[in-house]
Design a protein around this ligand. Structure first.
Ligand code: AMP
Length: 393
């Protein structure tokens, strides 16, 4: 009997899932979908391999406040009856933080799970939900192999200075270092770069993963040399709800002069800042782009300035720039954001082809541009599926 693999990617209020064939190298999922809005009337959507929509009633009778555990407990048996392709052989999870211990995919055991729990405070928006998904699968089928694939792993090769803070050595030794995230997305882009760039795939390339979470990674030889996120996924670029790089003196001020507690500051920096905080409207870039509110424009301007600055800050790690790749929800779809970022990078040799950019083509730089600019869709699920296949074989 043929086997299938399930990938789960649990975010702060969503779970993305995909079922892949286990015994072939197929890159197309048999089923893929998403449950969005978890905690506040979740919405289910799924499609089969032909793109046909599947059973919308899956979440009926579930409380609107159902949490990740309850939603996943409902999803798992539904998937088993719907994929119809063979026995479920393994489940792969995107896990945001692997700390210093996990630099490659890992079979989950009680011991591994305990370690992952100790890392939860470093990724409070994601890690608890990643762990909840793992537990939900274990409760459903305790013997089913589960594989964790870490967003931090891809950055294990970062150059030494890019990994460190200028803090006392004892803190560095304790593990207070710049880990970096979005590694599964960067791994996927690195794997498809040769299709688009040939030998130049190994040159000096910066990938801009611009989604609700956002970061950039500078690569040489398709390996991470430096990235904008650090110890936590709060650092670096401005994001949907996260502030990105912030003078640590602001945090001290909020504590000492405004009497704010750690939990309040955490909420402010992770959930109330970024596009949402600056616009006062929403974290959703598409909505901001369509808004006439001057604060929406202001938020987009700051977002693009911070992105261009973040990109420029990565250039020393690779000694120049040959190509830029935009990916994830905003990077793949927003011609406006790509234009505003690239306009600030002309001095690096970036020249955008406006028509190609508006049409979301793969190559959006002019033929004369010194730096090639591309738009490539990310596929974190496929990276997890490949890790599961390696495990099965
Ligand atoms: P992700 O986290 O990768 O799913 O990306 C989510 C972000 O992509 C949200 O801010 C969306 O508004 C944004 N996005 C998706 N489609 C578009 C679009 N056509 N134009 C602008 N932003 C978009």
């Amino acid at each position: 009997m043929s086997r299938v693999l399930l990938t789960l990617n649990a975010g702060s209020s969503s779970v993305k899932f995909a079922v892949f064939e286990g015994d072939t190298g197929s890159t197309e999922p048999v089923i893929f979908g998403k449950i969005a809005g978890i905690g506040n009337a979740p919405i289910f959507s799924a499609r089969d391999k032909n793109g046909a929509p599947l059973d919308k009633g899956m979440l009926e009778t579930l409380e609107v406040s159902a949490d990740h555990d309850q939603v996943i407990a409902r999803l798992l048996p539904w998937l088993e009856t719907h994929h119809g392709q063979g026995a479920l052989a393994a489940v792969g999870h995107r896990v945001v933080h692997g700390g210093r211990d996990f630099t490659a995919p890992e079979r989950i055991s009680d011991k591994v799970l305990q370690k992952l729990e100790t890392l939860a405070p470093l990724a409070p928006l994601h890690q608890p939900h990643n762990i909840a998904s793992i537990r939900a699968v274990a409760n459903w089928k305790p013997d089913l192999p589960q594989i964790a694939c870490f967003d931090t792993s891809f950055h294990r090769d970062q150059m030494r200075p890019a990994k460190r803070f200028a803090l006392p050595r004892s803190l560095t030794d304790e593990g207070i270092i710049r880990y970096g995230f979005h590694g599964l997305s960067y791994d996927h882009i690195a794997s498809v770069l040769p299709e688009h760039l040939g030998k130049q795939a190994d040159a000096r390339i910066i990938i801009a993963h611009l989604g609700n979470g956002a970061s950039m990674c500078a690569m040489k030889d398709r390996k991470s040399q430096a990235t904008t996120m650090g110890f936590t996924a709060l650092d670096g670029l401005m994001m949907g709800r996260r502030c990105g790089t912030l003078d640590p003196g602001v945090v001290l001020y909020l504590m000492q002069s405004k009497g704010m507690q750690a939990a309040e500051i955490e909420k402010l920096l992770y959930k109330k800042s970024g596009l949402l905080g600056v616009s006062g409207l929403t974290n959703d870039m598409q909505v901001l782009q369509n808004s006439d509110d001057p604060h929406a424009k202001d938020a987009i301007e700051l977002y693009c300035y911070r992105a261009a600055s973040g990109l420029a800050g990565l250039v020393p790690s690779i000694g120049g720039l040959d190509a830029v790749v935009f990916t994830a929800g905003i990077g793949e779809n927003s011609a406006l954001v790509r234009r505003q970022i690239c306009d600030q990078l002309g001095w690096l040799g970036v020249t955008l082809d406006d028509a190609a950019n508006t049409r979301n083509e793969v190559v959006i730089s002019t033929a004369a541009s010194k730096v090639k600019v591309l738009v490539i869709p990310t596929n974190e699920e496929l990276v997890v599926a490949k890790a599961c296949r390696n495990f099965l074989s």
